[in-house]
Write a protein that binds this ligand. Structure first.
Ligand code: KG4
Ligand code: ZN
Length: 398
């Protein structure tokens, strides 16, 4: 069946057309067309996503992307031959989510699935389930008339699965003992990991989104010679402990920024205190950070280490407790190189580790199409009344 999927939960507008078959147990997909419009440049001056602007941009982008995706897929613009529309209905920014839902509702009335009467069904999709299943996707569209390159199957995976979901809006540990049955066992009590990256980046004078920028600086900090690291750190005296740096021949810092909730007896996270610690560090010791590249690298490195160490530590505890067989790491922050390296270093002997392709780490409609199909098959074609679908900003996985 042909599925059109729509993603508008935050600052990316995505539309994908996927051909899917095989049912839940043997699902396989072929991406016929895929388009994504990023609003990063529009939100950059605000240092974060500005909901009213996101809504305006989604409304503008959706019809353009639909036309473009239909063309890429070689499908008739007038007939719109879809068997299912999958749309993100949460979690995310409600004004942004609504744009996708309303677009789906209108489109469903205009679709003409071959040999079918009536309206095309709409499957509402949880964005976080999209991030989990994004690890099975491939984002290359099949070039028309050539051997399909965009085909992929859902492979056999061993349970239980643990998903570490790290994005701009969420930081969650999700347990799945069975296919598409989820239990959130830990989450952030305040800021999400990506949000902390974005806020700290702003303090360091780096553009939005801050994750990739901090990561770049931290990488540079990591490869500095021990000598220059110590001298850069010496300037941060009182904040970083030099004796620990000297003792640490691996060039990694001994940490002095906090690792919040690291030893709390649960799987929750907190990144707001860490962000505030950076704020005080800059205010009290390094008001010159914007013009001092050495200090910028040292702070970026220490901050990234603090986030990654916390994420890995909690993941490890959950893996041990639930005897996890498969670990999924997904969401925007999953493209962080240091996180990937530390995850691979810490796990993998007793469990399989799955990351999404880099382009499917951040928000996209491919993952929404995958979930839409699997949910449709799991529910034996039962979908909600399309006019009853509503945006749920704080939607939970279950
Ligand atoms: O999943 P996503 O595209 O959107 C949300 O659903 O939030 O995630 C975006 C977040 C942003 O906060 C961005 O700074 C962060 O992912 N991010 C990164 C990296 N690339 C993106 N964080 C750390 N390191 C990266 N390389
Ligand atoms: Zn996301």
């Amino acid at each position: 069946m042909k599925i059109l999927s729509i993603e508008t939960s935050c600052d990316e507008t995505g539309i994908t057309i996927i051909e899917a078959k095989g049912g839940v147990k043997n699902a396989s997909f072929k991406i016929l067309g895929d388009s994504l419009a990023s609003q990063i440049k529009i939100h950059a001056p605000y240092g974060g996503v500005y909901p009213a602007l996101a809504k305006r941009e989604h409304i503008k982008n959706l019809p353009i992307l639909l036309k473009r995706t239909l063309k890429k897929a070689g499908l008739d613009k007038k007939k719109k031959p879809f068997d299912l529309i999958a749309v993100t209905y949460g979690p995310g920014l409600e004004p942004a989510l609504w744009t996708g839902i309303v677009f789906a509702q209108e489109l469903a009335k205009k679709c003409l699935p071959a040999g079918r009467q009536g309206k095309v069904p709409i499957m509402p999709v949880n964005h976080m389930e999209g991030h989990i299943l994004s690890v099975f996707g491939k984002n290359k569209a099949s070039p028309i008339g050539l051997r399909p390159r965009g085909e992929f199957k859902i492979p056999k995976v061993d349970f239980p699965i643990l998903s570490l979901l790290v994005s701009g809006g969420h930081t969650e540990l999700v347990l799945a003992k069975d296919w598409m049955k989820y239990e959130v066992i830990g989450e952030t009590v305040d800021d999400a990991a990506g949000e902390a990256f974005d806020k700290v980046a702003r303090m360091l004078g780096l553009p939005y989104p801050g994750g990739p920028e901090i990561s770049k600086l931290a990488e540079q900090g990591r490869t500095l010679s021990l000598r220059s690291l110590v001298s850069a750190t010496a300037r941060a005296r009182g904040i970083f402990q030099q004796k620990n740096i000297r003792a640490d021949k691996t060039k990694n810092f001994s940490f002095t920024l906090p690792r919040p909730m690291m030893y709390a007896k649960n799987f929750n996270f907190s990144f707001s205190g860490l962000k505030t610690a950076v704020l005080y560090l800059i205010r009290d010791k390094h008001p010159d950070v914007l013009t001092n590249d050495g200090i910028k690298k040292v702070i970026a490195l220490e901050f990234e280490n603090a986030v990654v160490e916390t994420l890995v530590h909690k993941t490890k505890k959950a893996i041990e407790k639930y005897e996890i067989k498969t670990l999924i790491v997904a969401g925007g922050v999953a493209s962080n190189k240091h996180l990937r390296k530390e995850i691979k270093k810490s796990f993998g002997t007793k469990q399989k580790i799955l990351f999404p392709e880099k382009k499917l780490s951040t928000d996209n409609a491919v993952m929404i199409g995958i979930v839409g199909y699997l949910q449709f098959m799991k529910n034996k074609g039962k979908v909600p009344n399309p006019s009853k679908i509503k945006a749920v900003g704080n939607l939970k996985l279950k």
